[in-house]
Ligand binder design. Structure first.
Ligand code: PGU
Length: 442
């Protein structure tokens, strides 16, 4: 051993600082903590908390109770409480597997070309003038989160304003994504706890006093976590205000089809902004509306004033993407492209999507009726008024903790419940839990 270390130390000799003593092992391990005999070089790290949303599933998985219900993560479940792979997705996968001409080569940095074209048509409309005029650049990214991150990195590098306004409240990952990309995050008023509706006046005031050119994050539909969206007339006012102040819209579209059950209706706010000829960004996710959560399929589109600018923007997006993950994965995007380009598969998809949206709406009615039947104190009409995957119940942190402890119901601490995780079987249990929470805990 001594001899081998001696050989090694002579080998390293020319690159090493002069030895303090003649002992070769001292030279190899100059500090008592630097080598494998000492503590870990990461020993001083503190334990990070679990993610506020994904951590709910971690806690749920550890609970042995047979009555436990996970209403934390926004992921669709069937009436039987099982994750759902859409029939149309299974069909598309079968077609892909059977096609022997398909290979596993790298995709281009910007992803699958067909997927990009079809994704922009899905959100902007197949007759969108911006697409016809080649003013849109679309790049395949890692689901909604990846699309937001690529968009944010691009803006931090190339846009003159570094401030992004996000609604309060919003999806918990938004501030982290934007801050880490180098943008400075501010909030605008969005939700009024008193009415459990939109604080439209507050929104207009805050956007009205934002600096000219600021970026504004808008949930395209089915706002997370509140389930509260502006009406189309309110969207039009927001558009006028934003355009008059040259605020740059960045739409996050994670729930297209989940709000109303119609893909076109849910894209109306985005299309309103495209129709005026102005510029914007849009991040799309296929996690929820195609149930492709773990496949990580999404797209970032940037609508520009001219085809010339769009081409330059795309060239710069490639420089953002290449050092991050080089190019995106092929499988999920191929599933989406297969469905979107085949009129029959597309039609089947819209039917399955509507069925998911309808089941969620039915859960809203069942929960509302169950609370009314129990005479639970409070006005619970917001359960049926709010839209999309979530109900923002108004339950406070203590009430949520009580429901988890006593009833094994898992949800985010802000009182958000994923209606998609409920079923006719679990509604009575949830209603019992809510009733107990509001009557016993203030
Ligand atoms: N934007 C919004 C508004 C979202 O709600 C979500 C997912 C995303 C983007 C990102 O979705 P991708 O999976 O990256 O496409 N929010 C869900 C899922 C869990 C999570 O936090 O990622 C939620 O429960 O809020």
């Amino acid at each position: 051993m001594e001899r081998r270390l001696g050989v090694l130390s002579r080998h390293l000799g020319s690159h090493s600082p002069p030895m303090a003593s003649g002992n070769p092992s001292e030279m190899l391990f100059p500090s008592p903590t630097a080598g494998f005999h000492g503590d870990s070089v990461f020993a001083n790290l503190v334990q990070a908390p679990e993610d506020p949303i994904l951590g709910v599933t971690v806690a749920y998985n550890k609970d042995p109770s047979p009555v436990k219900v996970n209403l934390g993560v926004g992921a669709y479940r069937t009436e039987e409480g099982k994750p759902l792979v859409l029939n149309v997705v299974r069909q598309a996968e079968q077609l892909l597997v059977n096609d022997r001409s398909r290979v596993k080569e790298y995709l281009p940095i910007t992803g699958l070309a067909d997927f990009n074209k079809l994704s922009s048509k899905l959100i902007f409309g197949s007759d969108s003038p911006a697409i016809r005029e080649n003013r849109v650049t679309t790049v395949q990214c890692l689901s909604g989160t990846g699309s937001l991150r690529v968009g944010a990195e691009f803006l931090a590098k190339h846009y003159h304003q570094r401030v992004i306004y996000i609604p309060h409240p919003t999806w918990g990952n938004h501030p982290k994504v934007f801050t880490l990309a180098g943008l400075s995050v501010k909030t605008y008023r969005y939700y009024d706890p008193a009415t459990r509706g939109l604080n439209f006046q507050g929104l207009l005031e805050d956007l009205g006093s934002a600096p000219s050119g600021a970026i504004v994050l808008l949930h395209a539909c089915a706002h997370n976590p509140t389930g509260v969206d502006p009406t189309i007339e309110q969207w039009e006012q927001i558009r006028q205000l934003m355009r008059s102040k040259a605020l740059l819209p960045f739409f996050d579209s994670a729930y297209q089809g989940f709000a109303s059950g119609s893909l076109d209706a849910d894209a109306q706010p985005v299309r309103l902004f495209v129709a005026d000829g102005g510029e914007l960004l849009a991040a799309q996710s296929y996690a929820k509306n195609m149930g492709l959560y773990g496949e990580r399929v999404g797209a970032l589109s940037i609508v520009c004033k001219s085809a010339d600018v769009a081409a330059k923007v795309e060239s710069q997006l490639k420089l953002v993407i290449r050092p991050m993950y080089s190019n995106p994965p092929i499988h999920g995007a191929s599933i989406v492209a297969t469905i979107l380009k085949d009129s029959e598969l597309y039609r089947e998809w819209t039917i399955e999507l509507k069925a998911m949206a309808d089941r969620i709406i039915s859960m809203r009615h069942q929960l509302f009726d169950a609370l009314r039947a129990r005479g639970t104190p409070g006005d619970w009409t917001h359960i049926i008024k709010q839209i999309g995957m979530f109900t923002f119940t108004g339950l406070n942190t203590q009430q949520v903790a009580f429901m988890t402890q006593e009833y094994h119901i898992y949800m985010t601490s802000d009182g958000r419940i994923s209606m998609a995780g409920l079923s006719s079987r679990t509604v009575p249990h949830l209603a019992d839990a809510i009733h107990a929470a509001v009557t016993r805990i203030n």
